[in-house]
Write a protein that binds this ligand. Structure first.
Ligand code: ATP
Ligand code: MG
Length: 322
């Protein structure tokens, strides 16, 4: 995937990722949290309260990632760490373009200011959202072109979501995404199975890697699901060969026991993927210690960046978990 391919200051040739700015999951409140059990009068009161609130809410209330400025070099291994809810997964989602990037020009265009402290009602936030999406909210307004380029990715991305997912297919198809057996890259496939510690699991399944899993097949354990999801991204990254692919791994090893986790780390992250750009969200200290750089997140901000040994001396979070 190539997002914004033009040259710019921040994305030099040696960088794989450059991400800057503020990112939101959405500026308009989710109305789904209304409780059906409440009587009408209470509902009405709540609605009025909401309306009052919405008139006065600063944009910053809707911003999850604030003042992000991070460049990751090609081939670098970066660990993204931080407490639960600190914004690690959101940072990955922002990198793949799944969050709204609050570009200053769009904010200024709608509100007259680029400050996140600007208070807006819901309709104005909807206007900003549409401006950010490059659409016109009001059909009479001209469609705007967004010129800010806050997320730049130099190479194809392989992304492992925090929540592993499985399709109702055989294990092999889940990993390779291929329907016809003879089209798979057998060497890469076997290496991937071994490195992701799936060999023994497959030997125990009645039909090996042709065993149907998911809704219509056998249930996989949390650890097996995690390793199949990991294998899917590893196989894809290996298929891309010498291309400078970027592997984003959102805590893929948390469901694994210590021994398997160590094997996966050695054979996948520092093994098959060793020449790729690797970004790993993790709570595991032993992985942070081996990363080239550690990015510490706190309340949606990047609190500090450095090697583990540097951060051990100056960063409260690292000192707390060491
Ligand atoms: N898909 C989503 N839609 C809306 N809000 C989200 C979504 N994912 C995360 N958030 C919100 O973003 C904030 C940061 O959460 P995030 O999942 O990025 O933290 P995290 O550091 O990955 O936590 P964890 O250690 O539990 O994985 C939280 O307030 C969370 O509710
Ligand atoms: Mg997360």
């Amino acid at each position: 995937m190539q997002i914004y391919s033009d040259d710019s200051e921040s994305l030099t040739n040696s960088n794989a990722i450059s991400i800057k700015g503020n990112f939101s999951w959405g500026l308009v409140k989710d109305q789904k949290d209304k409780k059906d059990s409440k009587d009408e009068e209470e509902k009405e009161k709540e609605e009025k309260e909401k309306l009052k609130d919405s008139i006065q809410e600063p944009i910053s209330n809707f911003v999850t990632l604030k003042d992000i400025d991070l460049q990751i070099k090609k081939g670098e291994f970066v660990a993204v760490v931080g407490d639960i809810g600190s914004g690690k997964s959101s940072l990955f989602k922002a990198m793949i373009g799944d969050m709204l990037n609050l570009q200053k020009n769009a904010l200024t265009k709608v509100t007259g200011s680029d400050s996140l402290d600007t208070k807006c009602d819901e309709a104005t936030r909807a206007l900003i959202t549409n401006e950010l999406l490059g659409n016109s909210y009001d059909l009479n307004r001209p469609v705007t072109t967004i010129t800010d380029k806050s997320v730049q990715i130099n190479g194809p991305i392989c992304y492992i979501e925090q929540e592993p997912w499985i399709q109702s297919k055989c294990v092999r198809d889940n990993i390779t995404f291929k329907i016809c057996d003879d089209t798979i890259d057998n060497e890469n496939y076997v290496n991937t199975i071994k490195a992701c510690q799936l060999e023994r699991d497959l030997q125990n399944f009645e039909f090996g890697d042709m065993t149907l899993v998911g809704d219509k097949g056998i249930m996989l354990s949390g650890g097996q699901k995690a390793r199949v999801s990991l294998a899917r991204a590893v196989y894809r990254a290996m298929q891309l060969g010498d291309q400078e692919s970027i592997v984003l791994m959102d805590d893929p090893v948390s469901a694994l026991d210590t021994h398997v986790r160590q094997m996966v780390f050695e054979q996948v992250i520092q093994g098959l993927l060793k020449d790729k750009t690797r970004v790993l969200a993790t709570h595991a200290v032993e992985f942070m210690q081996l990363a080239d750089r550690v990015v510490v997140m706190e309340k949606g901000k990047i609190l500090d960046v450095g090697s583990y040994s540097e951060l051990e001396k100056r960063c409260d979070y690292i000192q707390r978990i060491s």
